[in-house]
Design a protein around this ligand. Structure first.
Ligand SMILES: NC(=O)c1ccc[n+]([C@@H]2O[C@H](COP(=O)([O-])OP(=O)(O)OC[C@H]3O[C@@H](n4cnc5c(N)ncnc54)[C@H](OP(=O)(O)O)[C@@H]3O)[C@@H](O)[C@H]2O)c1
Length: 318
């Protein structure tokens, strides 16, 4: 038995190291959620000009809630959308709620990613001291009622437009606006992702565009550091959020409304991470799934999405 005497101290060491690694990870995550928001860092003037934020997809849902929350934190806001009448209504509503702030509407269809669109946007915003850009516009573009389907069931246009609004438009917009934002820094770019970025079946293209947005945000953060630009990137994926154009059921702990989610996004600014699930209950969902082996996650993802598809296919009584 003497030859096995090493097992007990080895197990003690292994247990100690595992407990240490878990504690470091838990503290690292807890610190990111407990650290006070640094959003005020981006609320500075330049040559007497006040700070502005640009929020894409600001005429509804999370974008509208973020615009209101940014205005409450002292920012003037450029509201981007595609529908001038709807934008005008939202602009009036936000102006009434925040009378000391300025709002400006910017109409551009995010499906159109031609070079002139971005030159035009940069020109139209050139007089503003833009310190915050929120790339919020996004979603799954479908031309039938079939949300959950494999790639081969999409039309060419549905694939191209989903990629355009979630990936190409935000990338081109960042490329067009970063030079001025870096000159007027510190500046902040928030990219709204999705927890579908892990690769959910039957919405694979949408999830993959958000995964792209996560990777590009993380890589661009390093670009900024190499170039010495004081521009902070923050990728924030929502789980389910209500109070949006396609979901209006009452909020729950796991499905917050868009104002609650917007507050969580701004609370995570300066958390020390480039990618973070901003809302605590979504984060608990995400972190509890993280240690599972891939095969187990795959079974879970297939089951969950198939149930959502079946639920959507049911005739609903209003
Ligand atoms: N809500 C959720 O459960 C959830 C979950 C995960 C991720 N997300 C992400 O969160 C972001 C906001 O989603 P949401 O739920 O707040 O959606 P929403 O309520 O439908 O709002 C989307 C906004 O984007 C605008 N928009 C859509 N297509 C556009 C286009 N082609 N050109 C210009 N503007 C366009 C809409 O304009 P109109 O008002 O004219 O339609 C609206 O202002 C998206 O990136 C989405 O992928 C949401």
């Amino acid at each position: 038995m003497a030859q096995f005497a090493w097992i007990s101290p080895a197990l003690t060491w292994l247990g100690g190291l595992t407990a240490f690694a878990v504690t470091v990870q838990v503290l690292d995550i807890a610190f990111a959620y407990l650290r006070p928001s640094q959003i005020n860092r981006y609320q500075h003037t330049k040559n007497g000009k006040p700070a502005w934020a640009l929020v894409t997809g600001a005429s509804d849902g999370i974008g509208k809630a973020l615009s209101s929350e940014l205005a409450a934190r002292g920012f003037n806001v450029v509201l981007h959308g595609r529908n001038p009448q709807k934008l005008e209504g939202v602009q009036k509503e936000l102006q009434a709620a925040h009378p000391t702030r300025q709002f400006r509407a910017l109409v551009a269809d995010a499906k159109n990613t031609a070079p002139d669109v971005f030159k035009d946007i940069a020109t139209r915003l050139a007089d503003l001291h833009l310190t915050v850009l929120v790339n919020n516009v996004g979603g799954l573009v479908i031309h039938d009622q079939n949300v959950y389907k494999p790639v081969e069931a999409y039309s060419h246009q549905e694939i191209a437009e989903t990629m355009a609004i979630n990936a190409v438009f935000p990338t081109m917009l960042m490329a067009a606006l970063i030079p001025a934002m870096a000159r007027g820094g510190p500046a902040l770019i928030i990219n709204i992702g999705s927890m579908a970025d892990q690769g959910l079946p039957l919405i694979s293209i949408y999830g993959a565009t958000k995964s792209y947005l996560k990777t590009v945000s993380e890589a661009m953060q390093l670009d900024m550091e190499i170039k010495g630009h004081d521009v902070q990137m923050l990728y924030v994926p929502p789980g389910a959020v209500t109070g949006v154009s396609h979901h209006s059921s009452p909020p729950t702990l796991l499905v917050p409304d868009s104002p609650t989610f917007a507050k969580a996004v701004l609370a995570r600014v300066g958390c020390g991470k480039t990618s973070i699930i901003p809302y605590w209950a979504h984060a608990l969902q995400g972190y509890s799934a993280a240690p599972l082996p891939v095969w187990m996650k795959d079974i879970f993802f297939k089951k969950v999405v198939q149930e959502m598809a079946a639920d959507r296919a049911k005739p609903h009584q209003d």
